[in-house]
Design a protein around this ligand. Sequence first.
Ligand code: GLC
Length: 551
Amino acid sequence: MKRLYALLLLVVLLPCTLFAQEKDRDWWKHAVFYEIYPRSFADSNNDGLGDLNGITAHLDYLKRLGVDAIWITPCFPSPQVDFGYDVSDYESIDPAYGTLADFDRLVAEARKRNIRVVLDFVLNHTSDRHAWFQDSRSSRTSAKRDWFVWRDGAAPGQPPNNWGSVFGGSAWQLDPATGQYYLHQFYPEQPDLNWRYPEVEDAMMEVARFWFKRGVAGFRLDAVDRIYEDPDLRDNPVKVDPDGSETLVETYTTNLPELHNVLRHLRTVADEYGAVLVGETWTSSVEELQRYYNSLQMPMNFVFTMVNRPSAPEFRKQIHDAERGLGWPVYLFSNHDITRHYDRYGDRAYNDQIAKALAALYLTLRGTPILYYGEEIGMTNNDPARVQDVKDPIGRRFWPHNKGRDGERTPMQWTAGPNGGFSQTAPWLPVPDSARTHNVAAEEKDERSILRFYRHLLELRHTNEQLREGNYVALNENDANVLAYLRTYKGKAVLVAINMSAVPRKIALDLRQHSFGAKAKTLLATESQPGSIHLSEISLAPFGVYIGEVK
Ligand code: GLC
């Protein structure tokens, strides 16, 4: 009898457990991700630099905002030439940010709040101070020589070929001790790993396991498109622009097909732990991006970030392409490498309204959004005014044409107080004047603030089935100013209408062909709207947003 019971229980429970596990594996689909630049988020020990304990102290803020996963950019030991993207030890924490114990506490505290922690995995290169590279450069016969890409010069004083570094100049650096050049697709302090050498792949998979075992829920994979180069070292083609200037087409240094084998391998390791892989997948088209879905769950759609102006037709096209061409889209507007979208899209007259309109857009689409810290309070870019203040080396090198990436990495603005409440000491980058009005403390109190709007949106996203699961249906596709669409699920729909212009607009919608009626119940709007509206006349203020449930 007992046995029969046990068997019955198994028959009933097993499918439920498997289903729950399967659902749990897909947690990232309905999660809201939030990128944290640890140096700039919160400074717990008042040394002017953010740290892990600072993040832990603000987990409740993130929870209240509606964040489900944080991606922390590199916090590993590093000489900080590229602010952490030059890793000198993959299995520890940089003392400036804390200790492994602090990290474990952060993961545990985050878990209590149902927030997952995703780390940044720098696959393409290490720091030149990493023990692997130190060993590799020590002699031509070093056991680690082939862990990096070493070549003889093409002729005395000449690099092996014409490949250029992303950060300017040749991608080759002569190392006088052994008389050979090593490859660096970024700064010379970031030598490229040689992924054609099997030991490198094994060592990096072990690094992944190290963090998965510590409870990390996934990785954002840095510069994935560059981990392989042409083994024959063919020159990249030179393109002559109309103004006569020359640029290299990176045919032999990016997007080589071999990289997908490594990503698939990494995915099998990630799958052992139910972890997610997010890709820094710069592509110029959605078709190119689609290839990454063979191995990564979340290849970022950077094509979407390149619209660069509030435009209903352009966003409509982007969404259409993503809906048609991508598995589960991954949307973002800002990160630590690009000018904050508050400035990229802002027109200086309606910046706050535009910030809300863009939030309404990407937080109501089908897909996973990745927020960048501070966008939820409307943080501006704060580029350095003088070259001597620049911290990011590319900003010093290309000043004033390119001021580097300091502007989008300034401290989080917690209060209107000194240093934006980030630290009691002068922070590593200055806090802009906008902190007086755009800060967490002030915006928490103001129900019309950008922060409160984000919170409402994220709450809706988490609780409304149509927004979580629904199909995307474009409406009024010829409208040049108002972007309108439905998210439909189980016979119900949520309508989103966003005025992408600086002029008040009225639109009329007829949803009969979609089998919906003529009214909507207001769920969220940027200006006051009645509780129920008629779809034949929806009024939107400049950059106004209306979200309602249609029946
Ligand atoms: C990625 C990072 C960027 C870094 C580069 C080199 O693009 O996002 O910040 O400088 O890789 O690691």
